[in-house]
Design a binder for this molecule. Structure first.
Ligand SMILES: N[C@@H](CCC(=O)N[C@@H](CS)C(=O)NCC(=O)O)C(=O)O
Length: 347
């Protein structure tokens, strides 16, 4: 028989995990209510985390069912220290009274959330890839365990093309589901592992975040990485001389990009959208990191103090440090010899 002390220790680990990602531990909010293993305060904390995660939550006030505060709850409402609930109809909806508030969770059991045992999550890519590192930053930040599959020896080969017909990385596999394109991957991760959230609640802020994502795809990555980093670092590391025309073409466009960041950061807050860290920040960071190894970046970056502060703040985040520490030392990207022939810009 287990000693009581052991049970307490086990319960705490389980509760902590459930607070971080309730749907990974419980099948539905109602299961949280019905468990006998934990007390009301812990149930409340888990349900509140679930509420934050549950996009389809409907406010109880809309239903004329009271809610929004203990005073409007009526005689059947439990005290704030209690948690109870009921299943509606066929059990597709669950109603929870939580801390004197009436919460309605719709579609409480989402199969992809429920089955999110993370041992089956694989990121395919090569370690220095800018886009791969966007995905890895998001996973690291959300503390979602994953396996990294280094595709370096397979790049462009049938096994790689079977995963990504456009011959790029990253690719994400989650169980029997495979998806490529970084923006699709991070959206999937955001919806599957909503906490901690990396997208803002407001519609306009989300539009702004997506504007950044698109701008990184179209203006920052192509000039900072595809033009300058390749010519200044990737090709020379393989003994291929730089093409100065490619660098010269890109530099003014990078200046435009840095001026835009500087202007957007004039709000004086820590992150691109304000005080919340979002996907926009994780999208931009890897391009600014890889470009920083080019001598041109060393000359340009100090001209942009707000940008430089943002970079410093970002590079100091525990998530970023953790990922950097997990990466192997920078080594030449062997398969990039192909790029010099197959898709090098020409001016
Ligand atoms: N649109 C793609 C771009 C991905 C991309 O360009 N990845 C680079 C690495 S950062 C790549 O696969 N390069 C390999 C190559 O160009 O052959 C995405 O968002 O995932």
């Amino acid at each position: 028989m287990r000693a009581p002390q052991e049970e307490i220790v086990r319960d705490h680990a389980y509760v902590d995990k459930a607070k971080l990602s309730p749907a990974r531990i419980f099948k539905s909010p109602m299961d949280v209510v019905e468990t006998n293993d934990i007390g009301p305060a812990e149930k409340l904390a888990i349900l509140q985390a679930w509420e934050a995660d549950e996009r389809a939550l409907l406010r109880a006030e809309d239903e004329g069912m009271g809610g929004g505060g203990a005073s409007s709850q009526g005689a059947s409402c439990p005290q704030p220290s209690q948690v109870s609930g009921r299943r509606n109809g066929a059990g597709t909806h669950v109603v929870i009274w939580s801390a004197g508030r009436l919460l309605r969770f719709s579609q409480a059991t989402k199969p992809h959330l429920r089955s999110a045992s993370m041992s089956d999550l694989i990121v395919y890519g090569f370690p220095r890839s800018t886009f791969v590192n966007i995905v890895r930053l998001v996973l690291t930040h959300k503390e979602v365990p994953y396996t990294f599959h280094d595709l370096e020896p397979e790049m462009g080969k049938p096994s790689h093309l079977a995963l990504h017909p456009f011959n790029r990385v990253p690719i994400l596999r989650h169980g029997d589901f495979t998806v490529y394109e970084t923006s699709a991957i991070v959206s999937y991760l955001e919806e599957s592992f909503p906490t901690p959230a990396l997208q803002p609640k407001s519609v306009r802020d989300r539009a702004r975040m997506n504007q950044w994502i698109s701008a990184v795809n179209s203006y920052y990555y192509p000039y900072m990485i595809y033009h300058v980093s390749h010519e200044r670092n990737v090709f020379p590391e393989l003994g291929i001389p730089s093409d100065e025309d490619v660098v010269a073409h890109a530099l003014p466009k990078i200046e435009v990009g840095l001026k835009v960041v500087e202007r957007e950061l004039a709000h004086g807050k820590d992150y691109l959208l304000g005080s919340e860290l979002t996907l926009a920040d994780f999208y931009l960071l890897p391009s600014t990191y890889s470009f920083s190894f080019a001598p041109e970046a060393k000359a340009m970056y100090p001209k942009y103090p707000s940008f430089s502060r943002w970079r410093e703040k970002m590079e100091g985040l525990p998530t970023v440090k953790k990922l950097r520490a997990a990466l192997p030392p920078r080594a030449p990207i062997q398969h990039a010899r192909e790029w010099a022939v197959s898709h090098r810009p020409k001016y």
